[in-house]
Design a protein around this ligand. Structure first.
Ligand code: FAD
Length: 452
């Protein structure tokens, strides 16, 4: 292990040390995987060092903002695999329903040390704050869902990919390293700690309070094994073509890894190492997305706590869109019309239906989709709110730094001013003629027709 690089991933959240306890506790929050998990590996090493067993805890919150049946199902499929993998390494997986931070604090009374992975959004940060203030044991955070830890990459909100890229590139080799799995000396399987049975997903979801209006995805199965399959399939079949053409609506040759990355079911470091051909990321379409764009999104939500609101956009973009508030809109749709995919635009409707049905819209179409919501809504403020609402409700990868940033990008974030036009001012505009010029859009429509 490169100790210095690893140390840059670690932070003591409450300045407490190891105390007497029955086990070391890993609070699995964002990294729902056993393999290639720096936080779990660190916790396992600490357990062996203290000659204690390791317990892994997951708190199943019933009121996670914007999460519904689709998200819970996918997440629980992944956690079921986690339970089976942990068992092979003599580790008890404790899953409890309720406020994760409060349950963690209770469990920490018997723990010598608590280790947690890192999260970036408000709800999770609120849990961490509560846990840091109330946890009786030391609380150590290990950041392992990025290649370059967010504060190591930059100490401020970056203007664009162009400003973050050189900072990330200068540290890439240093941080591109995976942990070595640790065999545990002591078993925790016989410890008496109550847990729900993670094998019965339908039972769990019928007993907890969860919004059931959005059904599970018929196309995406959660879990590390499926994430690995998607990666292998992409690597073997689509990667070469993707490097030439990108994530476009015509061919749909993308990796389909975003839902797995969102739930931490696969490590971005592992994906990057598998795909790395050259360190010139600007010439590497896939790694540019996976590392630079994804970590730019994390930089945004980490340093700008208005990431989920119109007022978090750059001043020039807010000013432009507000100045054009009263411009005539040829089409104005209600949220319901958007949600049903019943606008006048066949491409937009197809993208919306792809998302509602499968849980994942094509990447290029997401840009067009967001731009058109701005054009066809009464105000840009309402457009921002509705785009986030739809994105977070239906996308399996929604409620993610990438989602907040992707929506904000449609409104000018991380972009530059373009030539002036109505409704948008200097914010970049997109139209259907552009789609038709670039792609064989019939192929996209045909593909979506088969899915929905
Ligand atoms: C309006 C809008 C909303 C979006 N909402 C989300 C969202 O909720 N969740 C989400 O993960 N992504 C979101 N994106 C970014 C991007 O569209 C998706 O990450 C991508 O389509 C996921 O598919 P894939 O994994 O097959 O991508 P691939 O093209 O195979 O890319 C591999 C990985 O790179 C990262 N990546 C790709 N494109 C981007 C990007 N533009 N910005 C940041 N990271 C990127 C993702 O982690 C992705 O899994 C949004 C973009 C826009 C414009």
């Amino acid at each position: 292990m490169n100790n210095t690089a690893f140390n840059n991933r670690v932070k003591n959240l409450n300045n407490k040390k190891v105390k007497a306890g029955d086990f070391v506790l890993y609070w699995m929050q964002s990294s729902h995987r056993v393999e290639n998990n720096w936080a779990l590996t660190y916790a396992a090493n600490q357990a062996n060092k203290a000659n204690l067993p390791l317990v892994v805890f997951f708190g199943l919150s019933q009121d996670f903002p914007d999460a519904n049946y689709r998200h819970y199902w996918f997440m629980l499929e992944g956690l079921k695999e986690v339970a089976a993998e942990l068992k092979k390494n003599k580790t008890k997986f404790v899953v409890k329903v309720g406020s994760p931070a409060k349950i963690l604090v209770e469990l920490s009374k018997d723990a010598a040390l608590v280790v947690v992975d890192k999260a970036y959004l408000k709800t999770n940060l609120g849990w961490y704050k509560y846990a840091a203030e109330n946890c009786e044991a030391g609380l150590i955070q290990v950041e392992d869902n990025v290649v370059v830890p967010v504060e190591e990459a930059s100490s401020k909100e970056e203007y664009s990919a162009a400003t973050l890229r050189p900072k990330i590139l200068s540290k890439l080799n240093y941080f591109l390293e995976l942990p070595t799995a640790v065999a545990l000396n002591r078993s925790s399987l016989n410890l008496e700690i109550d847990t729900i049975n993670i094998d019965e997903l339908e039972d769990i979801l019928s007993t907890i309070k969860v919004d059931k209006t959005v059904d599970k995805s018929p196309f995406f199965r959660g879990g590390t094994s499926q994430a690995n399959k998607n990666l292998e399939d992409f690597y073997q079949n689509d990667f070469v073509e993707y490097e030439k053409t990108g994530n476009n609506p015509e061919n749909g040759l993308n990796s389909n890894l975003s839902p797995y990355l969102h739930f931490g079911q696969i490590s971005p470091i592992y994906v990057a190492l598998k795909m790395l051909r050259t360190n010139q990321l600007e010439k590497h379409r896939f790694l540019e997305q996976l590392i630079i764009r994804r970590e730019l999104a994390i930089n945004f939500v980490y340093y700008n706590n208005k990431y989920d609101s119109f007022s978090g956009l750059p001043n020039w973009a807010q000013k432009n869109l507000t100045e054009h508030l009263d411009d005539k809109r040829e089409f104005v749709y209600s949220l319901n019309e958007f949600e049903e995919g019943s606008t006048h635009d066949k491409y937009w409707n197809a993208a919306q239906k792809e998302m509602v049905k499968t849980g994942k819209m094509n990447g290029y179409m997401r840009m067009y989709w967001g731009k058109k919501i701005i054009e066809w809504t009464k105000t840009p403020m309402e457009a921002f709110e509705w785009a986030l609402y739809l994105n977070n409700k239906y996308e399996l990868d929604g409620r993610d730094p990438n989602g907040y940033t992707g929506v904000a990008w449609c409104f000018g974030k991380h972009d530059r001013p373009w030539s002036k036009r109505s409704i948008f001012g200097n914010v970049r505009y997109m139209n259907d003629k552009g789609l038709e010029r670039k792609f064989e859009m019939k192929k996209y429509l045909d593909r979506v027709k088969l899915l929905v």
